[in-house]
Ligand binder design. Structure first.
Ligand code: ADP
Ligand code: MG
Length: 388
């Protein structure tokens, strides 16, 4: 669904549900993790791309102190008391994504002076590794801060959204998702130094396209496995820091890791090796992009996937199959799992000649192997969060 049509539909659904027009509209995009797998929470480097698929929310002020969250899909309204923001039960888990943002805006000194009505609409598949969670959080942060005229900036809204994902949703993810959704720019890649939280953009070569192949497989334990990887990286950093200040994995080289290899388990060593080499790959990718060596960039994407598959062990058979198939197409520069892993989507960077017919061939091969076709679509690099 395209921007204008999305806003018109949302405006009319909002009026139908709440009996009054919305006052504010805000939108935030999903993101592709371009390269930099599990590097963000290790204080490393990562590149993301905001895509042209977004979540848009509409808001209006209420006369009372209730927060009313509506859902078009579920056809329901959920009320929460502004003065008693508590985690909602599983059946209403979708409410926790915008609700946590309000809680942490409040904690950052941005307290709404009355309740609100909120409704959203999305062109972004949820649970596909494209970070619909960050998109709903960031469009909430942006819309709510405008509704109450909070004096704030984008970085603060990104931090508040991430804090909600970490502490309200219990997902210990880094700054990539909210940062890319915030700082994305059309036809650009976002480069993030996650230690200093500095964001910059690089132009994406004109002839590049993205294709997403969503395996639609989501590992039932995905959140637990993400946290497990997070802990393994923290353990490696703790061992490597033993003789000095506690530092994140970003601070260490392969020489440091090899020297400490005997002090850690093989699993912890391999997780650290993935992160340390992945940081190098991100920096190398930046250089290659600046030189316009897109084939070299593609090789980095394949190398990143291989490291996820063998060292970090956050891939899945389905994702490995899609990446292996990609290698048969000269018009695909590179492909890799995008996001946390353990299922979700594969991203392919292609030239402009790669088309739907070829994508369908990959989908058919996948279906022959796994009995179910992946969902797939192409997308472009779009703008970051903004008022709509
Ligand atoms: P991803 O971020 O990769 O899409 P997650 O599991 O982190 O996957 O987040 C998906 C969850 O985000 C959904 O199950 C839903 O609870 C929440 N979510 C996604 N889109 C919306 C939305 N438009 N409104 C409310 N919650 C949403
Ligand atoms: Mg998410």
């Amino acid at each position: 669904m395209k921007g204008r049509f999305m806003k018109e539909t949302l405006a009319s659904e909002f009026e139908k549900l709440f009996g009054e027009p919305a006052q504010i509209f805000a939108q935030a995009p999903g993101r592709i993790e371009f390269i930099g797998n599990h590097t963000d929470y290790n204080g490393g480097y990562v590149m993301g791309v905001a895509i042209d698929k977004t979540i848009m929310c509409a808001l209006s002020r209420r006369d009372d102190r209730k927060l009313c969250f509506g859902s078009i899909k579920k056809g329901e309204k959920v009320f929460v008391d502004l003065d008693r923001i508590v985690h909602q039960p599983r059946s209403h888990n979708w409410v926790n994504y915008p609700l946590g943002v309000v809680k942490f805006l409040t904690e950052a000194g941005m307290k709404p002076d009355c309740g609100f009505n909120m409704l959203d609409i999305s062109s972004l598949p949820a649970g596909a590794g494209l970070s619909s969670s960050a998109a709903i959080e960031l469009c909430t942060a942006m819309g709510v801060s405008k509704l109450y005229n909070f004096d704030t900036d984008l970085k603060t809204l990104i931090r508040v959204s991430r804090r909600s994902e970490n502490e309200f949703l219990g997902m210990p993810s880094g700054i990539l998702d909210q940062g890319t959704s915030g700082f994305g720019k059309a036809n650009s890649i976002v480069f993030i130094d996650c230690l200093t939280e500095e964001f910059s953009t690089l132009p994406l070569p004109d002839k590049c396209r993205f294709w997403i192949f969503n395996s639609t497989k989501k590992h039932a334990l995905v959140d637990g496995l993400y946290a497990e990887r997070h802990n393994e990286c923290a353990e490696a950093a703790r061992i490597l820091s033993e003789d000095g200040e506690p530092r994140l994995l970003r601070a260490f080289s392969m020489t440091d890791l090899e020297a400490a290899k005997m002090k850690m388990s093989d699993v912890v060593y391999r997780r650290a090796k993935h992160v340390i080499c992945e940081n190098d790959r991100v920096l190398k990718t930046k250089e290659l992009l600046e030189k316009g060596d897109i084939k070299g960039v593609g090789d980095m994407l394949y190398a990143s996937h291989e490291s996820s598959r063998t060292l970090f062990e956050n891939s899945a058979e389905e994702l490995d199959f899609l990446v292996a198939e990609s290698k048969n197409y000269p018009s695909i520069y590179g492909a890799r799992l995008s996001g946390g892993g353990f299922g979700g989507a594969v991203m392919a960077l292609t030239d402009e000649t790669f088309d739907k017919r070829q994508a369908e061939q990959i989908a058919r091969a996948y279906e022959n192997r796994f009995g179910k076709a992946p969902t797939m679509f192409s997308c472009a690099a779009g703008d970051g969060a903004k008022l709509a």
